[in-house]
Design a protein around this ligand. Structure first.
Ligand code: PEP
Ligand code: MG
Length: 755
C-alpha cells in the first residue's frame, strides 16, 4: 500500500475546506487500494436520503446530485446495520440498487463501511471494483481505520444538517442548529464573535473594499510586533535564560518569513480583510507543521499560533474600539467561552451566549444562568467565522439556535418573548414577599452571584441574602492574582450591597474547568486534580491573602459567612480553620479591624457526603454543591457534552445521598443549605424543601419561579413528594412525579418550561 490511513487523513486535514478534504481522501484511498472507485455518501437533511458527496472513479458530475433513498440499496443496508459489508459481486445482492447517473455500471465488488458518530450513522464510505473479487481483511481494516479518522474531519465541519450543509452551506434560517439548553430563556440578537480574545480559527470572513489600505495596516502591524519583540528581548537579555532569548529570535524570524507574509498579502489582494487573511495564512502553516511526524516541527506550530494571535490582537485595535463596534443585542458565539469574554460585554448589551463546546453544567452556562441570559451549549463544530454580524435566535429552553431566521420563525419567537415578558411581570409581584409555604413555613431563599456586575440584579431579585458568591470569577477576569486591598474592596462592596442580609462568600475554587489565565495548571484529569480547597491549602500565601481580605471586609458589618469548596476530608477543614485563625490573629497583631464570620463547607464530593455528620460538627453549616456532587457521584464529567444525557441531579442515588447529608446536618444540629443548580429548578426546589433543606440558593433569574413554587405548596405536600420520590428508581419517574405535583398545585406553566 502506498499510503497509511494516517497520512491520507493528514493530507485531507490540510485541505482548505471539507469538499476538498473528502476529494483528497477518496482519491488517495482509491489509489492506495487500487480499486476502481471510492465514494462517500452522507445523510441528507432529515435523514431521508443518502447523497453522494465525493467520489474518485465514479462520475464527478454525480457529486451533490446522485441520491439514494434512505432505507434502500447497499448504502442504506450498511448504515442500518452499522457494520462493514463486503460483497464479491454487489449486483447479485437483493438490496442492490444502482446509484442514478453515477456511472457505476461496470462495478462489481463492493465494500461499504459506516461513518458513525454518537451512535448515529452520518454516512457511508464505499469502495468498488470492476472485478468480481473478495476484498482482503487487510483492505477492510484499512477502510475501517480511515472511516474512524474521517469522522474527526466531518465533526469539525458544519454538518449539523447533513449533506445539505456541505453542498449548500448557507441554508440556515428555518432549520435550527441543535445544542444543549444551557440557560433558560429566549433572545433575538446579532452574532458577535469574541475572537480577539480567543483563537485564530474564529476570525470572521469579511471582504475589503480597499486592499491597499488593508495591506498597509497589515505591514504596519508586523513592524509594530517586530519592534515589540525586539524591545522585549533587549530588556530581558540580562535576566532571561538563553532558551527564552532564543524564542524571541525565533519569533522574529517567523514574523519575517516570506511565505507567511506573501500568503497574507495575496489573500488581501484577492479581497479579504487583513485579520482573516493573516489568520488563514498562519493556520495553514501551523496545521501543516502539526501533522508532521517531527516533534520539533510540531512544537514550532505552537510558536506560529502564538505569534499569529499577537499580530491579530494588534490588527484588531484596542478594547475601546472593539466595545464601540458591539451591536446593541450581542449574542456571543465562541468555541469555548471564557469568563473574561463574558465580562467584557456590558451586561445591558449581552443578549445571550452560544458555545460550540461545553455542557449545561459548565461554568459559563452557570454564569449565564446567574446573569439571567439564555445560553445554548455544545452546538458542535460550526463555521462560526461566517456567522459574525448575522441575526440569531437563541432558544435556551430547547437548546437550539436559528441563524438568519426567516420571518415565520422570527414571528413565532417574538410571540414567545412577549408571553415570557408577561410571566416575568406577573412574578415581579412576588419580589417583596417571602418564600413561604401555604401553611406559613418560611424557607430562607438566597441568591447567587459571581461577578461584581451581577450584584445589582442579585440584590434586587427579592432574595433573603446571597447564598453563594463565587470568588474565582473575579480572579479569572484579571491578569494576575488580585491583591489583598483589591479583594478587600470587592468583598466589602458585596457585603454592603446585601447588608444586613447574610452573604456567603466562597474561597477560591479554581481547577476543573475554571482556570486562571496567569496560573496554568496542566493535569490529565483536572476535575479530579488540584481544585478548590486543595489548591488553597497548598498555596497558603494566596489563601491567607484572601482570608485576610474577607475578615477585614466583615469588620463592622458582620454579615459574612465563609464557605470552603471541594472538601474531601475532615483534616482539610481543620487546616483551613487553622489558617483562618492565623489570618485573624495576624490582623489583630497588625491592629487591623476584622470580624470572625460563621464558617461552612461545601458537600460536593461523595466522601464528604458520607461523612456529613462529622464534618457538620466541625463548622457552622453545610452547603450541598449538587453540580459537583452529581458529577462525582455519577462519574459524569459535568463539562462533557457526550455524556451530558447521563448527568442528572434527580438521579435516585443523588436524592439518597442528599437525604444522607441532610440527616447528618440534623444529627450535628447544623443547617444544610443547597447551593447547586438543582435548587434553581422550581420542582426540585419543592422536593428539597420536603426533604428538609434549611435554605436554598437560586440564581436571580430563577428565584421568582422558585419562590412561586414554594408559595404554591404546603409543607406537607412537599414532604409527601420527597417521601414518594425517594422510593422511585429512575430519573424519569422522579421527574414525572414532580411534574404531577406542580400541575396539581397550578404550576403547569413551570412544567411546560422544564419538560
Ligand atoms: C456546585 O458544585 O454545586 C457548586 C455550587 O459549585 P460550582 O458549580 O461553582 O462548582
Ligand atoms: Mg462545585
Amino acid at each position: 500500500m502506498l499510503e497509511t490511513p494516517r497520512h491520507i487523513v493528514q493530507q485531507a486535514n490540510a485541505a482548505p475546506d471539507l469538499p476538498s478534504a473528502l476529494a483528497i481522501a477518496v482519491s488517495q484511498i482509491r489509489d492506495t487500494l487500487r480499486v476502481s472507485a471510492c465514494t462517500i455518501y452522507l445523510a441528507g437533511h432529515d435523514h431521508r436520503e443518502w447523497v453522494l458527496v465525493a467520489t474518485a472513479g465514479l462520475n464527478p458530475a454525480a457529486i451533490g446530485q446522485a441520491r439514494l433513498s434512505y432505507q434502500q440499496g447497499l448504502v442504506g443496508l450498511v448504515a442500518e446495520r452499522q457494520e462493514p459489508l463486503s460483497l464479491q459481486d454487489a449486483r447479485r445482492h437483493p438490496r442492490f440498487q444502482i446509484t442514478p447517473n453515477a456511472g457505476e455500471e461496470s462495478c462489481h465488488a463492493f465494500m461499504g463501511v459506516p461513518l458513525i458518530q454518537d451512535r448515529q450513522t452520518l454516512g457511508v464510505l464505499v469502495i468498488q471494483d470492476a472485478r468480481i473479487r473478495q476484498f482482503e481483511t487487510e483492505e477492510r481494516d484499512f477502510l475501517v481505520t480511515i472511516a474512524a479518522r474521517l469522522i474527526g474531519i466531518l465533526r469539525r465541519a458544519d454538518l449539523s444538517g447533513g449533506a445539505q450543509d456541505l453542498l449548500n452551506p448557507r441554508a440556515f434560517g428555518t432549520r435550527p442548529l441543535l445544542g444543549l439548553a444551557g440557560a433558560q430563556g429566549v433572545a433575538i440578537g446579532t452574532i458577535t464573535i469574541p475572537y480577539q480574545l480567543t483563537d485564530l480559527d474564529d476570525v470572521p470572513d469579511r471582504p475589503t473594499s480597499d486592499p491597499v489600505a488593508e495591506e498597509t495596516s497589515f505591514r504596519a502591524a508586523i513592524a509594530a510586533i517586530d519592534e515589540e519583540l525586539r524591545l522585549a528581548s533587549e530588556q530581558l537579555a540580562p535576566l532571561a535564560p538563553p532558551t527564552e532569548q532564543a524564542l524571541f529570535a525565533a519569533h522574529r524570524m517567523l514574523l519575517h518569513s516570506d511565505s507567511l507574509l506573501d500568503e497574507t498579502s495575496a489573500r488581501i489582494r484577492a479581497g479579504s480583510w487583513g485579520p482573516a487573511a493573516w489568520s488563514a495564512a498562519v493556520l495553514a502553516r501551523a496545521r501543516l507543521l502539526e501533522q508532521t511526524d517531527d516533534s520539533y516541527l510540531r512544537a514550532r506550530a505552537k510558536d506560529i499560533r502564538d505569534l499569529g494571535r499577537r499580530v491579530l490582537g494588534h490588527l484588531r485595535g484596542g478594547a475601546a474600539q472593539i466595545l464601540a463596534a458591539l451591536p446593541d443585542r450581542c449574542v456571543l458565539l465562541a468555541q469555548e467561552m471564557s469568563v473574561g469574554q463574558l465580562a467584557a460585554v456590558p451586561p445591558e448589551r449581552l443578549a445571550a451566549i452560544v458555545c460550540l463546546r461545553g455542557s449545561t453544567s459548565s461554568h459559563v452556562a452557570i454564569l449565564a444562568r446567574a446573569m439571567g441570559i439564555p445560553a445554548v451549549m455544545n452546538l458542535g463544530d460550526q463555521p462560526i467565522s461566517r456567522f459574525e454580524g448575522q441575526d440569531i435566535i437563541v432558544d435556551g429552553y430547547e437548546g437550539r439556535v436559528f441563524v438568519n431566521p426567516d420571518s415565520a420563525v422570527r414571528a413565532e419567537y417574538q410571540q414567545r418573548l412577549a408571553t415570557e415578558a408577561e410571566l416575568i411581570a406577573g412574578l415581579g409581584k412576588l419580589r417583596d414577599l417571602p418564600a413561604e409555604t401555604l401553611d406559613g413555613y418560611r424557607l430562607p431563599l438566597y441568591t447567587k452571584a459571581g461577578l461584581l456586575s451581577d450584584i445589582p440584579s442579585a440584590s434586587a431579585c427579592g432574595a433573603d441574602g446571597l447564598g453563594l458568591y463565587r470568588t474565582e470569577f473575579a480572579f479569572m477576569i484579571r491578569e494576575s492574582f488580585p491583591t489583598e486591598e483589591e479583594q478587600f474592596a470587592l468583598y466589602r462592596q458585596v457585603l454592603a450591597a446585601f447588608f444586613p442580609q447574610p452573604v456567603v462568600i466562597r474561597t477560591l475554587d479554581i481547577g476543573g474547568d475554571k482556570s486562571l489565565p496567569y496560573f496554568t495548571i496542566n493535569e490529565a484529569n483536572p476535575f479530579l486534580g488540584w481544585r478548590g480547597i486543595r489548591f488553597s491549602l497548598d498555596q497558603p500565601g494566596i489563601f491567607l491573602t484572601q482570608l485576610r481580605a474577607l475578615l477585614r471586609a466583615n469588620a463592622g458589618l458582620g454579615n459574612l459567612r465563609i464557605l470552603f469548596p471541594m472538601i474531601t476530608t475532615a483534616q482539610e477543614i481543620d487546616e483551613a480553620l487553622r489558617l483562618l485563625d492565623q489570618a485573624y490573629r495576624d490582623l489583630a497583631e497588625d491592629g487591623q479591624p476584622a470580624e470572625r464570620p460563621q464558617v461552612g463547607v461545601m458537600i460536593e464530593v461523595p466522601s464528604a457526603a458520607w461523612q456529613a455528620a462529622q464534618l457538620a460538627g466541625q463548622v457552622d453549616f453545610l452547603s450541598v454543591g449538587t453540580n459537583d456532587l452529581t458529577q462525582y457521584l455519577l462519574a459524569v464529567d459535568r463539562d462533557n457534552a457526550r455524556v451530558a444525557r447521563l448527568y442528572d441531579n434527580l438521579h435516585p442515588a443523588m436524592l439518597k445521598m442528599i437525604a444522607h447529608v441532610l440527616a447528618g446536618g440534623q444529627h450535628a444540629g447544623r443547617p444544610v443549605n443547597v447551593s447547586g443548580e438543582m435548587a434553581t429548578d422550581p420542582g426540585a426546589a419543592v422536593l428539597l424543601l420536603g426533604m428538609g433543606a434549611a435554605s436554598l440558593n437560586a440564581s436571580p433569574a430563577s428565584l421568582p419561579r422558585v419562590k412561586w413554587a414554594i408559595r404554591s405548596v404546603t409543607r406537607a405536600q412537599a414532604r409527601r413528594l420527597a417521601e414518594q420520590a425517594l422510593a422511585l428508581d429512575t430519573v424519569n419517574q422522579i421527574r414525572q412525579l414532580i411534574n404531577d405535583v406542580l400541575r396539581q398545585v397550578g404550576l403547569s406553566e413551570i412544567v411546560r418550561e422544564t419538560s
